[in-house]
Design a binder for this molecule. Structure first.
Ligand SMILES: [Zn+2]
Ligand SMILES: [Zn+2]
Length: 166
């Protein structure tokens, strides 16, 4: 996705962009929709342009607990400076991108790719009360009980319940 100086100069307020998910596809990254929605604001200041906004990423995930595939819409925010101002650039921060006086556009895809990867690293659970797989037989416990007793005994919640009962 490209941002143009002409847009930046005008200033952007929560402008919506669609970026194609295809370019980010990999063995590890899958999406259930064709686009990632970007909502972006930009304003000019004496040091450059301050850009902020959010990405809405439609991950097709595999649950860490029960290994089932599910749709996981994640929202992540970003915040950075586009600048030609030496003092900011020397800061060596990730949040500062070089945008020289001669540049008329900047491609944000590599920045967004990084954000998408970071978000992907986060734990993904299909639902809050996912019961996971039976440690004994591998049955998906969201779909029903397998009858193994080992799982029940090992559960810390079960121990807690017993404690309360006494
Ligand atoms: Zn799950
Ligand atoms: Zn089992």
């Amino acid at each position: 996705m490209k941002l143009y100086r002409t847009e930046l100069d005008k200033g952007l307020s929560k402008k919506l962009f669609d970026i194609d998910t295809n370019q980010f596809l990999s063995d590890e990254l899958n999406f259930y929709e064709d686009t990632i929605k970007v909502e972006l604001s930009a304003e000019w200041s004496s040091n450059g342009y301050h850009v902020s906004g959010i990405l809405k990423i439609p991950f097709e995930q595999t649950c860490d607990n029960c290994l089932t595939k599910f749709h996981d819409l994640r929202t992540t925010d970003f915040n950075f400076w586009l600048t030609d101002y030496d003092e900011l650039l020397q800061d060596d921060s990730d949040d500062v991108l070089h945008f020289s006086q001669d540049d008329n556009e900047i491609d944000l895809n590599s920045l967004f790719q990084e954000l998408i990867f970071l978000e992907k690293q986060m734990k993904s659970i299909c639902r809050e009360d996912c019961k996971g797989l039976c440690l004994n037989c591998g049955t998906n416990l969201n779909k029903g009980n397998c009858g193994c007793s080992i799982e029940v005994k090992d559960s810390p919640w079960e121990a807690l319940k017993n404690l309360k009962g006494n």
